[in-house]
Structures are given as C-alpha cells and as structure tokens.
Design a protein around this ligand. Structure first.
Ligand SMILES: Cc1cc2nc3c(=O)[nH]c(=O)nc-3n(C[C@H](O)[C@H](O)[C@H](O)COP(=O)(O)O)c2cc1C
Length: 184
C-alpha cells in the first residue's frame, strides 16, 4: 500500500503537481491518500497527551487515536508532498508526526536504549518545491533522520523543484524538468 500524505495548501500547488507525476510513475498499487488539511488532526495538548499515556500504559494500541500511526507503520511506500515553508514544511505535517510517532507502533527502544524502527515501508519519497534555494536541513533532513534512524525506513529520496519564485527563473521550465526527471 502506498500512503500518500498531501500537505499542500494551495489549489494550484506545484508540490502536488510534482507528487502527481511521482504517483503516476509508481503505478497502480493500492493507494491511501490523506489530505492533511482535511483530516481531523490536533496538536497534542495536555488532555490528548494524558489520554495517549493512559492508552499506552494499558497496551491499547488498537485505539482509534492511533489509527494514523498504524496506517503509517503498515504502508509499503510513503510519499509526502510538502512545500518548503520557513525552512521546513507547513505545521500540519508536524502535527501529523506528533500523532503518528507512537512508541510501540512505529518505533521501540532496544535493550541498549536506542530506537529501533517498526515500520514496514522500504522507501519514503519526500516531494517539495521552494521559492528560492532549498535548504535540506530542517524539512527533508528532519524527515530523513526520523524515517531512517527512528522508524526503520531504509531509503528516503528527495524529489524537488526549487527557485520557483525568483525573478529571472522560469518556474514552468523548472517544473517540467523536474517532472521529466521523475518520468525517466
Ligand atoms: C508561508 C510560506 C512560507 C514560505 N517560506 C519559504 C522559504 O522559507 N524559502 C523559500 O525558498 N520559499 C518559501 N516559500 C515559497 C514556497 O516554498 C514556494 O512558492 C513553493 O513552490 C510553494 O509550493 P506550492 O506551489 O505547492 O504551494 C514560502 C511560501 C509560503 C506561502
């Protein structure tokens, strides 16, 4: 199952356009799409945090509160489409990560106290576009570290189109070249 997480805000999102080319290339596998702005995702406030701790203490990993975490852990391939915002990505993706990072479902601690991934996915694609040059450290870099070192997803790939909002750069040409690179 391909889990596609759409974190794109704009109707005319170029990041979504790039992701669509990738999904087409990946083919007709069963796909679950989550438009994060349409999901009922909430930040972990005190009430939710206490409830989560209670569920984990009771071993209730099947609870509805953990449905996104189970879905993430069970996906074979994960595609995240998120525009480059303020050096990283829109906050809805961080809220999603807070919701799915459930110890015992996506990750656990080994005997030596180090995290071990429990996710099935063999590959995660991070699709992004940026107005200027893309700084990979806090958006893509963060997701890559989480995926590889904490969730056990061995391969993380970046698909990008950058410099789309800079005067003198032809955004449409840059997009077409990025899509061509996906299609080869
Ligand atoms: C709230 C916001 C923050 C942004 N921050 C950055 C940034 O830090 N660096 C950058 O190069 N572009 C930034 N941009 C420009 C977007 O990355 C760029 O327009 C991107 O292609 C938007 O993707 P979309 O077409 O999928 O919405 C920002 C745009 C918005 C709306």
């Amino acid at each position: 199952m391909i889990l596609y997480l759409d974190c794109c805000v704009r109707e005319t999102s170029r990041t979504r356009r790039l992701a669509a080319a990738l999904l087409e290339k990946l083919g007709e596998d069963e796909r679950r799409t989550r438009y994060l702005y349409k999901e009922k995702l909430s930040a972990l406030d005190e009430e939710r945090l206490l409830e989560r701790e209670r569920l984990l203490a009771a071993g209730e990993y099947d609870a509805p509160a953990f449905r996104y975490a189970r879905e993430w852990a069970e996906a074979d391939t994960i595609v995240i489409a998120a525009p480059f915002w303020d050096l990283s990505f829109p906050s809805v993706l961080k809220t999603y990560l807070e919701n799915i990072y459930v110890t015992g479902i996506v990750s656990r601690y080994g005997k030596d106290g180090r995290p071990e991934g429990l996710c099935r996915a063999v590959r995660l694609y991070y699709v992004t576009t940026s107005g200027g040059p893309l700084d990979e450290r806090y958006g893509y870099g963060y997701i890559k570290t989480l995926a590889e070192d904490y969730f056990g997803i061995p391969e993380v790939r970046l698909i990008k189109a950058e410099m789309l909002d800079v005067d003198g750069f032809d955004a449409e040409t840059i997009m077409k070249e990025a899509i061509d690179r996906i299609r080869v």
